[in-house]
Design a protein around this ligand. Structure first.
Ligand code: SF4
Length: 602
């Protein structure tokens, strides 16, 4: 089929063995790319293993639109069995590695086994080398990126980990290009467990598309449409930080470990405050609406900000200075720590200190303590050891009711939206396929602009529609969803792009079915891998049901557990899952997953 490089590259680090496999047409048709390829491979090949053992596999996977001359296409998915949650884990990352992997002749890279000593992979078209990385081990991600660029050229695609990944900290990610990150549920730790410091890729071949001339014309029109959008100018000024003021106004800013939804110092932290400090912009390859805003941090070095890291390392820990948040964010990027889970972990420790559950005194907004904690978490030492396996595990150790305010779902920390008064977004976190990620269904803007307080079946249907588009389509075609989400770029372009790439004309019903197949396989994976997996895994923390907001216009708001339960039941019905959230035989068979059905149902 056109539009794919057509090969999977497999590297076994235990044996030093490299092999290349054809990707079958049925794999391309049924699972498409990115997340779809990843879950199919994990289902087939990674069963009941310790995620940090040599038996886990790390998958770097692109889709048919990745790296093409199309808006915001420089993405790839990093996936593995998660050491943080024990279930399916993935994340997308913007990186030149996605462009180069395909140009080198591969859609997928699978890394398996474990190297005896620190190493990195160098892939240059057909050549693959496993190279000693002793002198890179211990370097932060910025230093390591510099060294590898010096050695292999600035235009190389580089994926790497920091010391947090080396130390197998379970909230570590894979990094690229000094600030791009992907794989929140501990993909950095999986890479570290294999003694793999980096992957460097250089490719020179072109993907063979069905109609290159048409693709070029469509891409050009797409870039032009984005630039001509009414909201484009404002987006370029604030990027995702435009959400900060909006979240504060709507009482959904994560504040003091998600206790509140408004922050008294929000004016010092919002998109307008950012505009005054802005010095440069950064982003992913192939993108003309780059969303990383660079400012000078409190140590006078350049550092990047976006809404998620400002929300979680700002109000969520009571910090009121953008330059200080930027410094924490730069440290996290250097260590290769996920900023969302990091902010949640620090907020959790601050609350534990306030409640006297730990002896250390760490006040809200204590910047020096926050800096020390980043280092401790990256090393897995001191208090950092307590949260290095995530807030769920930390609360199990600490006890005394802390489970109710450990802000995670399925073990993955909640991203920067407080849902005391947003039941639809709470359900989105509850049912996200990797744990509490906002990426699959950012329903909150639609919810607040429609019937915010309802727990309706209509809202559940909308949520599933978002999951199909965002978590199914975008993660598997493997392009960034933000042009569509943030500047209303026409979604009608995507079937046209795919037709020009593959030659197949497909509609949204086809895309939805592929998305459903992927979602059901992910759900089956959780069910197979996590003991006693079921309905209780789909609830947000007690805090949102039991501790009402005490500030702002939503004062007194909290979620209603009975109504949430009803929404969850509708969700299962609409997805074709049983009362415990397990896909039924009929649903799996309808999606062509008969073998899966035999394995989990019998
Ligand atoms: S919009 Fe942001 S996340 Fe999306 S491709 Fe562009 S820079 Fe990357």
């Amino acid at each position: 089929m056109k539009g794919y490089a057509g090969k999977l590259l497999r590297v076994n680090l235990s044996e030093g063995k490299v092999s290349k496999e054809d990707i079958s047409d049925s794999m391309k048709i049924d699972f498409w790319g990115g997340r779809g390829f990843a879950v199919k491979l994990l289902w087939d090949e990674v069963k009941n293993v310790d995620p940090l053992s040599e038996y886990n596999k790390l998958i770097f996977s692109t889709g048919p639109l990745s790296g093409q001359a199309l808006p915001s296409s420089g993405k790839m998915v990093v996936a593995s069995k998660s050491p943080l949650t024990g279930g399916y884990g993935d994340g997308n990352i913007g990186t030149m590695a996605s462009v180069h992997l395909r140009k080198a002749g591969y859609d997928i890279l699978v890394v398996e086994g474990k190297s005896k000593k620190a190493c990195y992979l160098f892939i240059e078209d057909g050549q693959v080398k496993i190279i000693d990385a002793l002198e890179l081990w211990g370097k932060n991600t910025f230093e390591c990126q510099d060294l590898l660029e010096k050695r292999h050229g600035r235009n190389s695609g580089i994926l790497l980990i920091g010391s947090a990944g080396e130390n197998q900290i379970r909230i570590s990610t894979v990094m690229s290009q000094r600030g791009r990150a992907g794989g929140r549920p501990g993909m950095g730790a999986v890479m570290g467990s294999k003694n793999l410091k980096a992957v460097v890729i250089k490719g020179t071949q072109n993907i063979s598309n069905y109609d290159d001339a048409r693709l070029k014309e469509l891409g050009k029109k797409g870039y032009e449409e984005i630039k001509g959008k009414e909201s484009y100018e404002f987006w370029m000024k604030q990027g995702t930080m435009q959400a900060f003021e909006w979240c504060n106004e709507n009482s959904c800013l994560p504040t003091y470990n998600f206790r509140e939804g408004v922050f008294e110092f929000s004016k010092e932290m919002d998109g307008y405050a950012l505009e005054k400090l802005h010095v440069a912009r950064k982003g992913c390859p192939m993108c003309n609406m780059q969303c990383g805003h660079v400012i000078k941090d409190s140590a006078d070095q350049q550092a990047e900000l976006d809404y998620e890291n400002v929300g979680m390392l700002g109000p969520n820990i009571g910090l009121r200075s953008l330059p200080q948040v930027a410094l924490l964010n730069r440290m996290a990027d250097e260590w290769g720590l996920d900023t969302i889970s990091l902010g949640s972990s620090i907020g959790f420790l601050m609350e534990a200190s306030e409640r006297g559950l730990i002896s250390e005194k760490i006040g809200w907004g204590d910047f020096e303590a926050a800096q020390r904690l980043v280092v401790d978490i990256g090393r897995g030492e001191g208090l950092g050891k307590l949260v290095s396996r995530g807030t769920q595990k930390a609360s199990e150790i600490l006890g005394k009711g802390s489970q109710g305010w450990a802000m995670h779902v399925k073990g993955l920390e909640i991203s920067a939206y407080n849902c005391h008064a947003c039941p639809g977004m709470a359900l989105s976190f509850g049912t996200s396929p990797i744990g509490a990620s906002h990426k699959d269904a950012w329903i909150i803007a639609w919810e607040i602009s429609t019937d915010r307080f309802s727990y309706s079946e209509e809202k559940v249907k909308k949520l599933i529609e978002f999951q199909r588009i965002r978590g199914g389509f975008f993660e598997s075609a493997t392009v960034c969803r933000l042009p569509w989400v943030e500047v209303s770029f026409g979604i009608h372009w995507y079937p046209e792009y795919l037709e020009a790439v593959t030659g197949n004309r497909m509609g949204w019903e086809d895309f939805y079915k592929i998305g459903d197949r992927i979602y059901n396989l992910i759900r089956a994976y959780w069910n197979r891998e996590v003991p006693q997996f079921g309905r209780m895994w789909d609830y947000p923390p007690d805090r949102w049901f039991e501790d009402p907001l005490s500030q702002g216009k939503m004062k007194g708001a909290k979620l209603d557990r009975g109504k949430y339960d009803q929404m969850l039941s509708w969700y299962y019905d609409l997805r074709g899952w049983d009362k415990n959230g397990i896909p039924t035989q009929e649903t799996l068979n309808h999606l062509g997953l008969n073998e899966v059905s035999k394995e989990i149902i019998g």
